[in-house]
Design a protein around this ligand. Structure first.
Ligand code: SOE
Length: 397
């Protein structure tokens, strides 16, 4: 079908920094590489600064810009709101958008607090009943090697899960003069490494194992309490000025917990692991084998089969670049060529468009986002109480 004959899905995006750029690339590429049931149209981007928003629209491929996100909700040519702004804005925008009948894609973590996430989930449930969809952007679920891991677990290939080891390691804050950005401000970000990257490994654990965490004990730490104030408050890199401001979030978080089945899991999230850039390392041990993954080698999944001849057994390094591994792969390059960070954002856009067209509830849902939020809050509560055990209500996602 030519794109012109296709029904359209008008998109309005809020925020245009790192995540906004990644989502824009996804909306641009999705219809060029995948056969979509609806044609995404990049209608409008919203940002607080008129000049910067206009520049971003031009650079990223949006037809127009505005300084008022509410304008997006009143436009008839916008059916989906893509929220890429800091966490303190998520609840207000997402709830208003769902109530206005707009589908929502909201960046992770879903919210800054459990209370906000609960309200967002309630709005999503009400919207779902009216055919309006909501999805939270736990993008790494769309990495083909992660999909394969989830499939192998679901197929029973590693048996019953006994242990999970999950780390998210970055180093962009290890230098104590790295500038202050909104991500280091509790009011804006909710938490630090815990919510920004710890949220991903909690969600990946929930996704791959099919089980939620039912309790945790944790410790959060801030190593550098003041940093130079950045000229551009949005960046992950760059230099700050001579004035310093307070860091009000954690720099690192460590915690362990139990999954619903009783399996045990250990987590570490830090932006201080010099030399590790975006290392999402997962290792899952079951009664019949193990799986291992590292995002720094994201086209590879390691699988150990404990059911065969143990004299010759070893981890199999599966290069996840073949069409049989996941239909996503077929849409890109000829087999064997591999994918990168940005592709998962495109897969996310593709699946959301397909879900909207099929009138299906998307995943990860706001309920999945709420489940992660409860874990983050439990880790903070535990840390504040001398790393005491905190039980987490497990919800039907
Ligand atoms: C910064 O730590 C960050 O951009 C996260 O916010 C993203 O979710 C992750 O994909 C990469 O790192």
């Amino acid at each position: 079908m030519s794109q012109d004959a296709q029904p359209e899905l008008g998109i309005g995006m809020v925020g245009y920094a790192f995540m906004g750029a990644a989502h824009s690339q996804a909306w641009r590429n999705a219809p060029r590489f995948f056969d979509l049931p609806l044609a995404p149209r990049m209608r409008v981007v919203a940002g607080r600064n008129a000049e910067k928003a206009a520049k971003a629209a031009d650079k990223l491929g949006w037809a127009s810009s505005t300084t008022d996100w509410r304008e997006l909700l009143t436009r008839d040519d916008v059916q989906l709101i893509d929220i890429c702004s800091p966490g303190d804005t998520h609840a207000e925008i997402a709830i208003a958008a769902l109530e206005a009948g707009k589908h929502v894609l909201c960046e992770k973590p879903l919210a800054n607090t459990v209370e906000e996430a609960e309200r967002m989930n309630a709005a999503a449930i009400a919207a779902e009943a009216r055919g309006v969809r909501a999805m939270v952007g736990f993008t790494y679920r769309r990495v083909p090697a992660i999909r394969l891991a989830q499939q192998l677990v679901a197929d029973g290939r590693i048996g019953d899960i006994r242990q999970v080891r999950a780390q998210y390691l970055q180093d962009w804050l290890a230098d104590e003069n790295a500038p202050l950005s909104w991500r280091l401000d509790k009011e804006k970000a909710g938490s630090g490494a815990l919510g920004d990257i710890g949220a991903h490994i909690v969600d990946l654990t929930h996704f791959i194992t099919g089980q939620q965490l039912s309790g945790v004990s944790g410790l959060v730490e801030t190593f550098v309490n003041e940093r130079p104030i950045a000229d551009d408050f949005a960046g992950l890199s760059g230099t700050g000025g001579s004035e310093r401001g307070p860091v009000t979030v954690d720099d690192a978080a460590v915690f362990f917990g139990r999954l619903e089945s009783g399996a045990i899991a250990v987590f570490e999230a830090t932006r201080f692991a010099y030399g590790r850039k975006n290392a999402i390392r997962l290792e899952i041990n079951g009664t019949k084998g193990s799986l291992a993954f590292d995002f720094e080698d994201m086209n590879v999944l390691e699988y150990f089969d404990a059911t065969g001849d143990q004299a010759t057994a070893g981890y199999t390094r599966i290069i996840v670049t073949e069409p049989d591994h996941h239909p996503f792969i077929k849409a890109w390059w000829p087999a064997g060529h591999g994918l990168g960070y940005e592709h998962a954002f495109t897969h996310q856009a593709v699946e959301l468009v397909e879900d909207i067209a099929a009138e299906r509830a998307p995943a990860p849902s706001f309920a999945d986002g709420l489940a992660v939020q409860r874990v983050l809050a439990a880790v903070e509560e535990s840390s504040a109480n001398g790393s005491s055990w905190v039980t987490i209500p497990v919800s039907a996602a």
